[in-house]
Design a binder for this molecule. Structure first.
Ligand code: XBP
Ligand code: MG
Length: 230
């Protein structure tokens, strides 16, 4: 049976990565650093999930320096504050089909959760801006990257979402936009519907149970189950 939908956030609920990229760049500038991540570089850096991990990879691989975790934590806190302020300005919208899927799931008595690499405060900012409601009113369970030992593609964050829902993997489906997210969901034993986003369009989604260009191609929960093969 299908009893819950578990949503990824960045790239799935909304095309947030350009706002993340801007927040990183503004945090770098505010710290007096001459680092700038253009879209092409950011596309490569996105293979590393998690903002702190992404900064560390950049320092190591692009600057050839040893990353300083304390300095990165301070920079990343400034990035999160900047991201929250930018999201609160409005401008971001839900991806097409997401609002309808959530409404259909609620009408069918399904529960809703989030499994994301980003942090709780960023999920809260996005929910207030895009749903006009706190995340706890939109979702029954939230599992965030800063709560688990290993970020996607590790299964930890999906396992945490399942724990908080009190459901088995076979009764849930994950909705994702990236290969790292797909691998995380599959490693937790979940079926996964993928709809690629701007930065993930060229990725390999061979392990997906179903793939759509746009979530609005899935018209209702029965259609979702049909796509997943029952
Ligand atoms: C999203 C990410 C995140 C954001 C930045 O991955 O990788 O790192 O880019 O978030 P997913 P933080 O959609 O698979 O969850 O800076 O808050 O880590
Ligand atoms: Mg994503």
């Amino acid at each position: 049976a299908l009893r819950a939908l578990i949503f990824d956030v960045d790239g799935t609920l909304s095309e947030t990565e350009e706002v993340h990229r801007r927040a990183f760049n503004e945090a770098f500038a505010a710290a007096g650093l001459d680092w700038h991540w253009d879209a092409a570089l950011y596309g490569r850096l996105l293979k590393v999930t998690g903002g702190k991990e992404r900064i560390a990879a950049f320092v190591r691989d692009h600057l050839g320096q040893a990353p300083d975790p304390e300095r990165i934590a301070v920079l990343h806190a400034a990035k999160t504050a900047r991201y929250g302020a930018l999201v609160a300005q409005g401008g971001l919208t839900l991806r097409p089909g997401i609002a309808a899927l959530i409404a259909d799931a609620r009408a069918a008595g399904l529960r809703l959760a989030v499994a994301t690499t980003t942090s709780g405060p960023n999920v809260e900012s996005l929910c207030r801006s895009c749903f006009g409601a706190p995340m706890a009113e939109v979702f029954d369970a939230i599992a965030a990257g800063d709560e688990v030992a290993a970020k996607k593609p590790a299964p930890d964050v999906y396992r945490l979402a399942l724990d908080r829902l009190g459901l088995a993997a076979q009764d849930c489906v994950a909705l994702e936009d990236s290969r790292n997210g797909l691998l995380s969901a599959r490693a937790a034993g979940l079926r996964c519907l993928v709809s690629p986003s701007r930065y993930t369009a060229g990725e390999d989604f061979a392990e997906a149970d179903a793939r759509v260009d746009c979530f609005s191609a899935v018209a209702g929960i029965e259609a979702l189950q049909a796509r997943l093969g029952g």
